[in-house]
Design a protein around this ligand. Structure first.
Ligand SMILES: C[S@@+](CC[C@H](N)C(=O)[O-])C[C@H]1O[C@@H](n2cnc3c(N)ncnc32)[C@H](O)[C@@H]1O
Length: 347
């Protein structure tokens, strides 16, 4: 198995035929819901049990401030996150799920009317296609407010292609917010080709530095780590094959806007004004920027732009501009020595 088509076929077979529910997974790579905030856990009670049973995600890539927005879920599977997003965007918003595995989409589509009746509105559509080519499913340039994805990009044989498509379809200022499996090194070719390692989201796991380079080439030099959890490989056979690699489930935030490759100090300050749904006391931009409501925080130029030029701008006051420069911004470091250290890329 080496061509893109063979890899896609192998992944489709794994999610369409091999797995029937989350219980069939051999690692905790897919399916860790530990990071889900309580307000999202409460929404799960409104979802159809079959949709929940076939959830294979590795995080909770569901950001706040979504009311009325258009959200695209790449590799939506049986639709769990799409239906959660349906509630978060509300009746004036729109959710689009794309997946290439008919068996997964069939479950999502079969429960569309059930969720519409329960929620009192219908704002979710599911499209059959490949996330490497969103043209084919009709997603236009600059048309989406937020792209989310849960444990999918690792499975793609063309990660630069997927990320290029994401930045094509996002509106200026739009947000990419996704959870995926990252490895602390590049994975050897023979392990990448192993169908079980691939299907379990290990063989194709992203190496942070390569991910960072792809984004940089696409004009996005500053992606932020929001959360990360280690993944355990309890299956002895899988551990024997790939136990030398450390894996993390990581939630990443990036924006479609012009940013610098380092954090520069322009003496800017940001204040979270409150008002974001379910975030009365504060907002975490990433794993080292906690904005307490009403409390000014010194920020680098990139952070100032992420807050001011995205949809979060409605909830922040950003003071100062870029007319005076004070040198590099002395940022709090990212997680040291982890698989996903962001040292050097951003604060
Ligand atoms: C690990 S599952 C995650 C599903 C869903 N996001 C969830 O959280 O339950 C991966 C999903 O991505 C889909 N997928 C993988 N590669 C894809 C691609 N290149 N294009 C479209 N869908 C893809 C698979 O069909 C599968 O449904």
């Amino acid at each position: 198995m080496s061509s893109s088509i063979e890899i896609s076929e192998s992944v489709r077979h794994y999610y369409g035929q091999v797995l029937q529910s989350s219980q069939d997974l051999k690692t905790s790579a897919c399916c860790s819901i530990d990071a889900m905030p309580d307000y999202l856990k409460a929404l799960l009670a409104d979802l159809h049990p079959e949709v929940l049973e076939r959830f294979y995600g590795c995080g909770s890539p569901l950001p706040p401030a979504l009311t009325g927005k258009t959200v695209l879920d790449l590799g939506c599977g049986s639709g769990r996150d799409c239906y959660l997003l349906s509630k978060l965007v509300g009746p004036s918003g729109r959710v689009i799920g794309v997946d290439m595995t008919p068996e997964q989409l069939e479950v999502a589509v079969r429960h569309q009317a059930w969720h519409a009746e329960r929620f009192g509105y219908a704002n979710v559509e599911f499209l059959h296609g490949h996330i490497e080519n969103l043209h084919t499913v009709g997603i236009a340039d600059n048309s989406v407010d937020v792209v989310v994805s849960n444990c999918v990009i690792n499975l793609s044989p063309d990660k630069p292609g997927v990320l290029a498509e994401i930045f094509r379809v996002l509106k200026p200022g739009g947000e990419l917010y996704f959870s995926d499996v990252f490895a602390d090194r590049r994975i050897a070719a023979e392990l990448r080709r192993d169908p079980v390692l691939l299907g379990e989201c290990l063989g194709g796991a992203l190496y942070w530095e390569d991910f960072r380079r792809i984004l940089q080439d696409l004009g996005c030099p500053d992606a932020r780590t929001v959360k990360q959890n280690p993944i355990s490989i309890d299956d002895p056979e899988l551990f024997a094959k790939i136990g030398m690699v450390k894996f993390n489930s990581v939630t990443v935030r990036a924006f479609k806007m012009a940013l610098e490759d380092r954090c520069e100090d322009f003496g800017q300050v940001a204040v979270y004004l409150g008002g974001m749904d379910r975030h009365p006391h504060g907002f975490d931009l990433d794993d080292h920027h906690h904005f307490e409501t009403g409390r000014p925080l010194r920020v680098c130029g990139n952070t100032a732009d992420m807050l001011a030029l995205s949809r979060y701008g409605a909830y922040f006051q950003v003071l100062g501009d870029k007319s005076r420069h004070f040198g590099l911004f002395d940022c709090a470091p990212g997680p040291q020595g982890s698989a996903t250290s962001t040292d050097g890329a951003c604060c």
